[in-house]
Design a protein around this ligand. Structure first.
Ligand SMILES: Nc1ncnc2c1ncn2[C@@H]1O[C@H](COP(=O)(O)OP(=O)(O)OP(=O)(O)O)[C@@H](O)[C@H]1O
Ligand SMILES: O=C(O)c1ccc[n+]([C@@H]2O[C@H](COP(=O)([O-])O)[C@@H](O)[C@H]2O)c1
Length: 299
């Protein structure tokens, strides 16, 4: 069932004392372009420079290849109820994302909406952004003071997008909503081919933009957690303020043995192995509600 606005939920639930962050939304400079807000959903446990670089890659691609103009960029850390191994509690993950945003000095905003409540599907998260920006705020301004509706789009690595072709992980109606109504920018990720990631999503090709990594960089949160467990330095893989925060709070010292024992050089294989051996327990689309979490695909 969709709401009158075409959202997949009738009403949004907000965490206590929640305010939508919008102080770094920008004015549209070129009125001939379509304003777009990029939303990256994920665990961010912890946030790395690669998560931050995704936005830079997308902004370059958009500026050179599309008729969009980026007016806002957001990280949306997932709820603790996602229950993925290595998922530190939302309080720390959001704090680290905020430190990374401050450190970058740019326009990145952290939306704690999904982090501090029950699990919310990505289709609902994108609806939440659309509602807050286009309905509550009334869109963004052009330099002439005219108000424009903003296009909300998902930003994700090719590993995440390839799960959209895995049976049982995403519901078809949510894919129709995410890829048909909103659209996605996909950042190439080592070990997860772009073509393979999108082969089964051809129906929505017009809304899927693929961005190659010109400098290969395979930093992942899993590897960072493994380094920390083994007492290895993670400086220059993530912002200094985040490294300091991890040290001060003694984070990622006691992750599960299974994760800690994984080979540092085999994250891709580790992902494949875990997704092929662990059954995906997500309920069929028709049964799922906004309060359920898909069993994490990497569990
Ligand atoms: N090195 C990378 N290249 C491209 N995309 C990336 C990279 N690292 C993370 N991403 C993307 O960032 C988003 C959030 O990722 P997530 O928080 O799961 O990070 P991760 O490093 O994959 O975490 P973990 O190692 O814990 O699985 C996802 O869309 C993911 O595909
Ligand atoms: O909405 C869904 O059905 C859905 C199915 C699988 C994954 N997701 C989202 O994709 C993100 C995956 O993050 P991660 O860290 O497991 O790569 C996270 O934000 C999940 O909420 C969402």
């Amino acid at each position: 069932m969709t709401s009158p606005a075409g959202y997949v939920t009738e009403a949004f639930t907000n965490p206590p004392n929640y305010n939508f962050p919008h102080d770094r939304l920008e004015t549209l400079r070129d009125a001939s372009k379509t304003p777009v807000v990029l939303v990256a959903c994920g665990s961010f446990s912890p946030v790395t420079y690669l998560h931050l670089r995704m936005f830079e890659m997308a902004k370059d691609y958009i500026r050179h290849n599309t008729e969009f103009e980026v007016v806002g960029i957001y990280l949306s850390p997932v709820s603790d109820m996602y229950k993925k191994p290595g998922l530190l509690n939302a309080h720390h993950r959001v704090n680290m994302c905020n430190l990374a945003a401050q450190d970058s000095g740019g326009s990145l905003m952290i939306d704690p909406w999904e982090a501090f409540q029950a699990y919310q599907r990505t289709a609902i998260v994108l609806d939440h952004f659309d509602y807050e920006i286009n309905t509550v705020l009334g869109g963004i301004s052009t330099q002439d003071g005219e108000h424009r509706k903003v296009r909300v789009m998902l930003l994700a690595g090719s590993d995440l997008i390839s799960t959209m072709s895995e049976p049982g992980v995403w519901s078809y109606s949510d894919l129709e909503h995410i890829l048909g109504r909103y659209g996605v920018f996909i950042i190439e990720r080592a070990g997860s081919g772009m073509d393979q990631a999108t082969d089964n999503l051809a129906k929505w090709r017009h809304n899927i933009y693929m961005i190659s990594q010109l400098i290969q960089n395979d930093v992942s949160s899993t590897k960072v957690r493994l380094f920390l467990r083994r007492g290895l330095s993670v400086r220059y893989l993530l912002p200094n303020s985040v490294v300091d925060y991890i040290e001060e709070n003694g984070l990622y010292q006691d992750e599960s043995a299974a994760n800690a024992n994984a080979s540092l050089s085999e994250k891709g294989k580790e992902k494949e192995a875990s997704s092929s051996t662990a059954p995906l327990k997500k309920e069929p689309a028709a049964l799922s509600t906004s309060r359920e979490s898909p069993t994490c695909r990497k569990c």
